[in-house]
Design a binder for this molecule. Structure first.
Ligand code: URP
Ligand code: ZN
Ligand code: ZN
Length: 434
């Protein structure tokens, strides 16, 4: 009996092995791996890499932030993700102050389900108004939530006592906190000082969010988690000072993981000095750092001092970004990269920094494991048939004209990438989304 679909003669790359053979899919699962498998449908993958679909555990789709909503909705965002080889994303849910957490979770789930072309999960955000609702966490966990977003910045910022209480509640449901770590008090003081002195251009965005205070807040949140006794994951690490904190904690056996994002691997703070709206576009938090930090983060990925690359995809239009032209603190924060993540990290393989297996681990296997997607992120019998056929020789110059993201701009315009996904399969179905 032939299988439904066989991917033939490709080089199968997982986090632990690289072998040239066939993969067979039956229904929505991987059914066999081996030579000379027969399928009703077959894909010739000779000369291509056959890799698990990417897992991007940090995206903000149609996310309201202040007056604006991030440009990609659950359709355009997941379509762009899929075309870039990502088959699972994790987005966020925030409850309104009076809203039960479960109600907010189910509402957001229904919205995501109605538009998403790939699989998704949701991080339940715990804001200050949710601290009195922490006894509701078991209901949310029962509904399938495994990860909880805690901010140490912005209006959603939790003070240390609230972080402590939230950690205790998350521990009880065996959840994983995922953390935006910055020192909000210092940031507010520096913004105030800079704006009061007429230092209002985007140049001052990164100068108001110093590296050492990102590192300080990471140090602090790790200490609080250590005290409570639960693992935590640090989002969007922008600089080596933070890597040092994570590495030191891990060396002591403290269960902390860290991610970085394409913007911190490829872009640097000089971009804030571009004239006009162009300087506002790369505003994100934590901010872009000096150029030498890019290299240090690649090094941290190669050394397993950081374990995951996600995107923090959160784009706004040029017009929305321009509203902060005369006050950097009003620029809606976030950049797009949901489509180019997998291929962008492949450049680490091209330039010899990462092995093929490390690349797959960083973009698919490690994020799936960390967030409880135990059927995803790996090519093995019984796993979900989320598979990407990746052409290592296909060259692509990144341009907002050809990407499927909707911001209308990309900070990577003109970046030449070697290697790009050719075919994306989600739960056994070949996606045709061009
Ligand atoms: O500036 C950023 N990163 N915006 C998205 C929200 C966040 O902080 O992750
Ligand atoms: Zn964040
Ligand atoms: Zn984010």
């Amino acid at each position: 009996m032939p299988f439904d679909l066989v991917i033939k003669n490709g080089t199968i790359v997982t986090a632990v092995s690289t072998i040239q053979t066939d993969v067979a899919i039956q229904g929505d699962k991987i059914a066999a791996i081996g030579n000379s498998l027969q399928g009703t449908n077959e894909i010739d993958a000779y000369g291509k890499l056959v890799i698990p679909g990417g897992v991007d555990i940090h995206v903000h789709l149609e996310m309201p932030i202040g007056k604006f909503t991030s440009t990609d909705d659950f359709y355009s965002g997941t379509r762009a993700a899929a075309l870039g080889g990502t088959t699972t994303i994790i987005d966020f849910v925030e409850a309104k102050p009076e809203q039960p957490l479960l109600e907010a979770y189910l509402e957001r789930q229904t919205l995501a389900k109605s538009k998403s072309v790939i699989d998704f999960g949701l991080h339940m955000t715990i804001t200050p108004t949710d601290i009195p609702k922490l006894e509701q966490l078991p209901e949310v966990a029962e509904a399938g939530c495994k990860t909880y977003k805690l901010y140490m910045a912005y209006g959603h910022r939790l003070t240390d006592d609230a972080l402590y209480k939230a950690f205790q509640a998350i521990k009880k449901v065996n959840g994983l906190p995922v953390i935006h770590a910055e020192n909000w008090d210092i940031i507010c003081a520096l913004i105030e000082e800079n704006v009061a002195n007429g230092r209002v251009s985007p140049h001052w965005h990164s100068r108001s969010r110093p590296e050492e205070f990102e590192a300080e807040s990471v140090h602090r949140v790790i200490k609080i988690a250590e005290r409570v006794g639960l693992p935590i994951h640090i989002f969007h690490v922008s600089c080596d000072a933070v890597v040092q904190e994570i590495q030191a904690a891990r060396a002591k056996g403290i269960p902390v993981t860290g991610e970085t994002c394409p913007q911190y691997l490829f872009l640097s703070q000089e971009l804030y000095d571009r004239p006009g709206v162009d300087g506002t576009l790369p505003v994100c938090s934590p901010p872009l750092r000096p150029k030498p930090e890019n290299d240090k983060l690649w090094h941290a990925l190669a050394n397993n001092d950081l374990q995951i690359v996600s995107t923090d995809h959160c784009p706004f239009t040029k017009e929305e970004k321009a509203t902060g032209l005369n006050d950097f603190s009003q620029i809606p924060g976030g950049v797009p990269s949901i489509e180019m993540r997998f291929a962008s990290v492949y450049q680490g393989v091209v330039n010899g920094r990462l092995s093929l297996n490390q690349w797959v681990n960083l973009c698919a296997t490690a994020p799936a494991k960390l967030t409880g997607f135990h059927n995803k992120g790996h090519i093995g019998v019984g796993y979900d048939a989320d598979i990407v056929v990746f052409d290592p020789n296909l060259e692509k110059t990144i341009s907002s004209q050809t990407l499927h993201e909707t911001a209308g701009w990309t900070p990577y315009e003109g970046l030449l990438l070697k290697g790009w996904p050719k075919t994306t399969i989600v739960r056994g179905k070949i996606l045709n989304l061009e």
